[in-house]
Design a protein around this ligand. Structure first.
Ligand SMILES: Nc1ncnc2c1ncn2[C@@H]1O[C@H](COP(=O)(O)OP(=O)(O)OP(=O)(O)O)[C@@H](O)[C@H]1O
Ligand SMILES: [Mg+2]
Length: 433
């Protein structure tokens, strides 16, 4: 755009097209080039989530079309109402860094406020520029500032400048506005994307905090149960046992007395073992002492065998320890899946596998029960149920693993989790048990 002598990438044929009407070959060429430029920018927008890369393509395309030398894109900060350069070409570092302005201030500030294009033949002659010192230093003359809008809201401006005074043609304005509209959409998309990422991150942090709080609470309840209830029950069982032995020694023949004593002892032992199971459920200490493989085997056996379900294992040995939160989350996954099997499946067999595949640890809990329609889970959640599987998935996401559930009515259910190991554990094959 540096004067009439300048050749731009799209040739001089297009130069006066809009000014002189579009019913000639030059006009057609101009339209072709315009379409080319716009489609290039829109392809960049649809393919890139990196806003800077998109803005750079928009700016470069504008330069190529107009033959420009200097310019940049300023973004409007919604909170401070300040405009500052995000990408620039041909400006000094000082200009790019210091040329910030408030909404309504200077040329770009007015464009951002009004949403209308401003062009000046020679900016150095203007009175109300934001930083005349920087404009002088940069030697800027011709200047066009275009709003970047999305849904009528100005999100930034694109400025194209040159060191020679000149008048802008309609085609320059049309070109800048067309690209500006595309860039406005890109800025809006990037903002929405950033907002989405932020709320995802907030959700992740919240989920993590909930899980940490849940584990802490479980630990506390388990400790209280162990230190108080369980100890008392153990003592009570011993006392009842001692009473039974005493009654034998003393030759007490009262059948009813002996029966009540026996039942009391049996009930106490049963409640004690229920409490112990509950404690183990709340706080799987076997994880610390036995490691994940033995802890899984012990837990599953203790849960399913008594209920007439056969447990099968295909467990690789994890030689080095996973991170404690990884072990605990995988254990909780198995716990949740086994809990569902007991509660819902009517299965005869359950197979737990923990296998090392490539650089991943794959954990599977498979049952041969009645299965269910996975796609109906969201309906279940509407009535406040079905959060067990969702929690498992959340926990897996938090340790960087994925989790999937496969099921069909009559076809059993498979819960599968895949944890990338990235070289932190080595796994030795052991015989399936
Ligand atoms: N192994 C399974 N076999 C058959 N149905 C299952 C199995 N696992 C889950 N389901 C079905 O999926 C539903 C959702 O399971 P989920 O664990 O998410 O919630 P829930 O068990 O109903 O409640 P919660 O786990 O919160 O106590 C269950 O209600 C059940 O209908
Ligand atoms: Mg459940």
């Amino acid at each position: 755009m540096d004067g009439d002598n300048e050749q731009n990438k799209y040739g001089t044929a297009a130069k006066n097209s809009l000014d002189s009407g579009l019913n000639n070959k030059a006009g057609e060429e101009y339209i072709d080039n315009l379409i080319l430029a716009i489609s290039r920018v829109s392809a960049a927008i649809s393919g890139l989530i990196d806003l800077d890369a998109t803005l750079n393509i928009g700016l470069d395309t504008t330069f190529e079309f107009m033959g420009g030398k200097a310019g940049g894109i300023m973004l409007l900060d919604e909170e401070s109402d300040m405009l500052s350069y995000r990408v620039t070409r041909g400006f000094s570092d000082r200009y790019s860094e210091e040329m910030d302005m408030k909404l309504g201030e200077g040329i770009a500030g007015k464009v951002a406020q009004s949403g209308k294009v401003i062009m000046v033949d020679d900016i150095s002659l203007e009175h109300d520029v934001a930083r005349p010192d920087l404009v002088m230093l940069e030697g800027l003359k011709a200047f066009i500032s275009v709003p970047l809008k999305a849904r009528e809201k100005v999100l930034g401006v694109m400025n194209i400048a040159s060191q020679k005074p000149r008048s802008f043609t309609k085609r320059d304005i049309y070109m800048c506005k067309s690209i500006g509209d595309q860039l406005g959409t890109a800025i809006e998309q990037a903002k929405l994307y950033k907002r989405l990422q932020r709320s995802k991150e907030r959700y992740r942090q919240l989920a993590q905090r909930i899980i940490v709080a849940q584990e802490k609470e479980r630990k506390k309840i388990a400790r209280d149960l162990h230190d108080e209830t369980s100890q008392i029950l153990a003592g009570l069982a011993l006392n009842l046992q001692a009473l039974t032995e005493m009654s034998e020694r003393l030759g007490i023949r009262d059948v009813q007395f002996k029966e009540i004593l026996k039942k009391s002892h049996a009930s106490t032992v049963q409640v004690h073992s229920e409490i112990s199971r509950l404690i183990a459920d709340l706080r799987p200490t076997q994880l610390d002492t036995l490691g994940i493989v033995a802890a899984i085997r012990q837990y599953v056996n203790s849960m399913v065998v008594a209920r007439g379900i056969k447990a099968h294992f295909d467990l690789d040995a994890v030689e080095k320890h996973l991170l404690p939160e990884e072990e605990l989350s995988l254990f909780r996954l198995v716990q949740g899946a086994v809990g569902n099997i007991i509660q819902h499946s009517e299965a005869k067999n359950v197979t737990i596998s923990l296998k090392h595949q490539d650089d991943k640890l794959v954990v599977k809990v498979v049952d041969d029960g009645k299965g269910f329609q996975v796609e109906k889970l969201s309906e279940l959640r509407k009535i406040g149920r079905g959060y067990g599987l969702l929690n498992m998935k959340e926990r897996m996401t938090l340790i960087g693993a994925t989790c999937s559930v496969q099921s069909q009515p009559g076809e059993g259910t498979t819960v599968r989790a895949v944890l990338p190991l990235s070289g932190k554990v080595s796994i030795k094959e052991t015989k399936p048990q």
